[in-house]
Write a protein that binds this ligand. Structure first.
Ligand code: SOE
Length: 375
């Protein structure tokens, strides 16, 4: 595409997510015609040596060890934040105040108070929060089938995000165990994804009741959380997020049961969606496993010929492509800061319910949470 405007990116952070985002910035234009050209201008981080290594490996033009000197630079259009969670708020607010497009890793913040300040500061600028699993083609198909009424009225929503690495505190991702950096454990890291998907697929949560646990001696963030929830559409739900679910590697899964059918998804088999259609003749009732890499499935016609599977990295590429298309057409992208603020409110309600051992009503009009009836 000739004469495309170039958007220069400053990325703050260079860990796992830094690699996932760098890859998306490079690959998006290989698979899709993008409305903008992307410039990987500068990557920021504290450890000079590792930073240089990442910059070289992933093709960043410059490095900087001080994000303050970068986010307001006139040659920067996009600030992308993939730091430990505690830095999301100061960087995002500074970038938004400098009128930059802001992209931020999940969870948006460590508290509702921070998330509100971020959403307020970013009111006038386009934002993206990397809840990347909305862009899995199988999850897109689930959303489409629910929207078309193919499973009817939803009775049950079951969401779980199960991992098993919680017993290794010396893991390179150790900041995730430090409350001052991570804010929370499994709830912010994993449950946030499940709640983002659930509210996107099934609408707002009305009430919830949680139990939050730390198994590892002396640890100050949660290792696991379970909750019961009621949605505004009358459906009831259970959620579970754990870093101690031994045997599960990255099982981000949901099942939705409705009056006309059911859906089931598991990220560990991300190219498939299971669909059970109650209008099938009774002898054929049951879940069918659909390979979501064919004609009529989201995104995949831009990647490989039908039937060739895609991977985790594509979820970041598709998120970015949707964002750039929304930006060029002047449409609002979802999930943005205000969507992620709503998820943050749910996370705060989960923490409140867990610590007070109460059911908590989620007040969407006021978007505040308040203690409800005794358990
Ligand atoms: C680690 O628990 C982690 O990388 C999360 O931080 C991501 O958000 C999740 O998608 C995969 O697991």
């Amino acid at each position: 595409m000739p004469n495309r405007r170039k958007l220069n990116i400053a990325m703050v952070g260079y860990g796992f997510m830094g690699r996932a985002h760098s890859n998306a910035f490079h690959q998006a234009g290989h698979f899709f015609d993008l409305p903008f050209e992307l410039g990987l201008k500068v990557i920021c981080g504290r450890n000079k040596e590792k930073l240089q290594q990442t910059a070289t490996q992933w093709g960043w033009e410059q490095t900087a060890t001080d994000w303050q000197s970068v986010v307001g630079r006139p040659d920067i259009d996009i600030v992308d934040i993939c730091t430990p969670n505690s830095l999301h708020a100061p960087i995002a607010i500074a970038a938004a105040c400098a009128d930059k497009i802001v992209m931020c890793e999940k969870p948006l913040a460590n508290s509702v108070e921070q998330a509100e300040r971020m959403a307020e500061a970013a009111r006038g600028v386009p934002t993206l929060v990397w809840f990347n699993y909305r862009r899995v083609p199988a999850v897109r198909l689930a959303h489409q089938l629910i929207s078309e009424g193919r499973i009817g009225d939803v009775f049950h929503y079951r969401g779980f995000y199960l991992q098993s690495w919680g017993r290794s505190p010396n893991d390179p991702g150790a900041w995730r165990f430090h409350p001052e950096e991570a804010g929370s454990g499994a709830s912010g890291d994993l449950l946030s994804h499940s709640l983002d998907l659930a509210t996107w697929l099934n609408g707002p949560v009305r009430r919830l009741c949680s139990s939050v646990h730390t198994f590892y001696p002396g640890r100050k963030v949660d290792d696991a959380v379970i909750l019961l929830a009621e949605f505004s559409n009358g459906s009831i739900a259970t959620f579970e997020a754990s870093r101690f679910a031994t045997g599960n590697q990255n099982r981000n899964a949901f099942e939705v049961n409705g009056s006309q059918g059911s859906l089931a998804f598991n990220l560990e088999e991300m190219n498939h969606l299971q669909f059970s259609d109650f209008s099938d003749e009774s002898a054929l009732q049951g879940f069918r496993k659909i390979l979501v890499t064919g004609l009529g499935h989201a995104y995949v016609d831009h990647v490989w010929p039908p039937g060739h599977v895609i991977g985790y990295e594509h979820t970041f590429i598709f998120t970015l492509v949707d964002f750039l298309n929304a930006l060029s057409s002047g449409n609002r992208f979802h999930p943005d800061f205000s969507d992620a603020l709503a998820t943050q409110r749910l996370l705060e309600a989960v923490a409140e319910s867990g610590s007070r051992r109460l059911w908590v009503d989620v007040d969407h009009a006021e978007t505040t949470t308040k203690a409800g009836s005794q358990r």
